[in-house]
Design a protein around this ligand. Sequence first.
Ligand SMILES: Nc1ncnc2c1ncn2[C@@H]1O[C@H](COP(=O)(O)OP(=O)(O)O)[C@@H](O)[C@H]1O
Ligand SMILES: O=C(O)[C@H](O)[C@@H](O)[C@H](O)[C@H](O)COP(=O)(O)O
Length: 180
Amino acid sequence: MSAPPSPAAPGAPLVVVMGVSGSGKSTVGAALAQRLGVPYADADDFHPDANIAKMSAGHALDDTDRGPWLDAVGAWLADHDASGGVMSCSALKVAYRDQLRHHAPRAELVHLEGTREVIARRQASRPGHFMPASLLDSQFATLEPLGPHEPGQVISVDQSVDAIVQAYVDQHTTTESRTR
Ligand SMILES: Nc1ncnc2c1ncn2[C@@H]1O[C@H](COP(=O)(O)OP(=O)(O)O)[C@@H](O)[C@H]1O
Ligand SMILES: O=C(O)[C@H](O)[C@@H](O)[C@H](O)[C@H](O)COP(=O)(O)O
């Protein structure tokens, strides 16, 4: 009898950087992808025009708006399963993260956690973005923080981008060596 196929070699990390608007997903996601040497994408670029128009007009998205968008984000993750990659995506609810993990089961989450005060200040100081500051309350109301049963890390936004990236790398390395 032939030996069963050996499991696929573990690939580079496949990461979703999550959090409310203004938490630093795009900034940290791009920096993390560069550090890991993997492709990067921003879920903002996967929204249909109708979603962008709705948010620009000051209305929060609902589950129906987010469903097809999350499938498109999940498809990118699935396409990058072998190479690894980093995606910035709000992924506010557990159900949304389950939807992403359905497409890409090995995806891990990095939740950028911070107070409303700090994040509102950062969001307000960001020029020319379609997302109005008025939607921040609804983002926090919708947010279901990354739970202990979900693979990934919660990292405070109250530190430099470099320090956040380093915190990810340190924790990831520790977890890898523990499971090896
Ligand atoms: N750790 C950080 N420290 C200071 N400023 C930050 C940090 N992370 C992000 N920013 C700034 O905060 C603003 C929001 O970040 P951004 O990456 O656009 O957030 P998101 O993609 O989650 O909406 C930007 O102006 C960005 O430069
Ligand atoms: O699910 C949502 O409500 C949106 O995806 C939202 O969470 C996202 O944050 C916006 O696309 C704004 O973009 P920024 O997060 O870059 O502000």
